[in-house]
Design a protein around this ligand. Structure first.
Ligand code: AMP
Ligand code: MG
Length: 318
């Protein structure tokens, strides 16, 4: 059930959360499927509803530093510097957790992932519920993340969804763990280069390390409407594949479309911001076709995170 985020709808959603029922809500990244983070039974329902593997921890959403402090043992200076610059916003920080955070939220890890969403409806909902909200993306596990309320309704008929319109970023938060060195465990809506301005020794964790430290990185993700094959920036190989399969759907940035004449592409967008925004919509395309043949993007700024998602969505990389 889609509801515009009126004060009455917010009260209703907050009441549902307090009763331990899941509610979907908009954030600036993608739509989240929320539960009271301090109620293990409510959190268990989120895992069940999504079909999410129980080793994949959830991000806990808070209204600001005071609420974050109640979840973590300490806020080291690096965390405070990141929070001062990027909260509210699409940055998730992994910190040692307090005992009050149920183990089911963190999949048994001694750390908890925390962020302050930059969305008035998300903030109003947390405020009204009066508790931190654990929320993964509001899609069935393995499907593309929902950037519109209708995507949520398609995956969860009957669920209460606060409809805040299309998500502003359309790409999930960047996940950072502190330590020596501080590292990006998941690329996301805040580009690595931006984070480095605050933490100059930040690195992007190798794939192996990200998988070891961030269980979500081990699982298959973002399975699109049709199997996706990702072509590195070799036009010849992609042209050949398109010629061999007239039903193959080309997926590419607007600027790359003229490289493959005669094919109407599923366009991702023009600028990096548009491309990040168009990605999950494109992966849910309803256009008729056999496979999605995607043309790689340059690994810079925001597009580096988009490439991470395409690689994890692909059944094959050529
Ligand atoms: P999602 O909610 O599906 O956007 O995914 C949340 C991401 O945050 C996954 O990649 C998780 O592995 C990661 N994450 C959540 N909690 C932790 C944690 N305590 N340590 C490391 N990574 C985490
Ligand atoms: Mg997700």
């Amino acid at each position: 059930m889609l509801l515009p985020p009126t004060p009455a709808a917010l009260r209703r959603a907050a009441a549902a959360l307090k009763r331990g029922e899941p509610v979907a809500f908009p954030t600036e990244t993608v739509y989240g499927l929320g539960a009271n983070a301090l109620d293990p039974e409510a959190v268990r329902r989120i895992f069940e509803a999504k079909g999410r593997p129980d080793d994949n921890p959830l991000i806990v959403h808070v209204t600001g530093l005071p609420m974050a402090r109640r979840l973590v043992k300490e806020l080291p200076p690096e965390a405070r510097a990141l929070a001062a610059r990027f909260w509210p916003g699409p940055l998730t920080i992994v910190l040692p957790k307090r005992r009050s955070v149920p183990d089911i939220v963190t999949a048994g890890l001694p750390t908890v992932a925390v962020r302050v969403p930059d969305h008035p409806v998300a903030l109003a909902l947390i405020e009204a519920a009066g508790v931190p909200i654990a929320a993964p993306s509001a899609n069935r596990s393995g499907r593309p993340s929902p950037t519109r309320a209708a995507h949520v309704a398609a995956d969860f008929p009957g669920l209460l969804v606060l409809d805040g319109g299309p998500a502003r970023h359309g790409l999930e938060s960047t996940v950072v763990a502190l330590g020596d060195p501080p590292r990006v465990l998941r690329l996301g809506a805040i580009p690595f280069e931006e984070l480095r301005k605050v933490l100059p020794d930040l690195v992007v964790a190798t794939k192996a390390r990200a998988r070891a430290e961030s269980p979500g990185m081990r699982h298959r993700h973002y399975a699109p409407a049709r199997p996706l094959v990702l072509f590195r920036r070799s036009r010849a190989a992609l042209r050949e594949a398109l010629a061999a399969d007239p039903k193959g759907l080309l997926l590419c940035a607007d600027a790359d479309a003229p490289l493959f004449p005669g094919r109407r592409p599923v366009k991702l967008g023009g600028t990096p911001v548009e491309i990040a925004h168009g990605l999950f919509d494109a992966l849910r395309t309803e256009r008729h076709g056999s496979v999605l043949l995607a043309y790689a993007l340059p690994r810079r700024g925001l597009l580096r995170a988009v490439m991470d998602r395409l690689e994890r969505a692909a059944i094959r990389i050529v």
